[in-house]
Design a protein around this ligand. Sequence first.
Ligand code: ZN
Length: 133
Amino acid sequence: MLHEINLQTKKHDEMIDITARVEAFLENIQEGIVVVFSSHTTAGITINENADPDVQKDILRRLDEIYPWDMAEDRHIEGNSAAHLKASTVGASQTVIIHNGKLLLGRWQGIYFCEFDGPRSRTCYVRIHKQNQ
Ligand code: ZN
């Protein structure tokens, strides 16, 4: 089953917790695998802490430190090479195990859509593979 999550991001750099939206697609699937994929070159998907929101702020700030927006040497005409680098750093997708009808995430883990060149309308895809019993 293929599902879509449509998002309107609000900030230039932002991490949006999409765990509940992914979980909503599981319905009564007990065992399997879910793949969450971002079809964008300046956004990505990561799994990280969902307890302290300062973790997200620190991740975004440190990515900014590693990949400053203004680099005179950058050749890319759009001027958003930093966003492309951040997207490749976090990756375009994540895979999560479905076990006993739930996402097999750690207690403090959430799935995040990572915007690096917003605000924009974004889409990510959720593909669920049900394990045959
Ligand atoms: Zn670009």
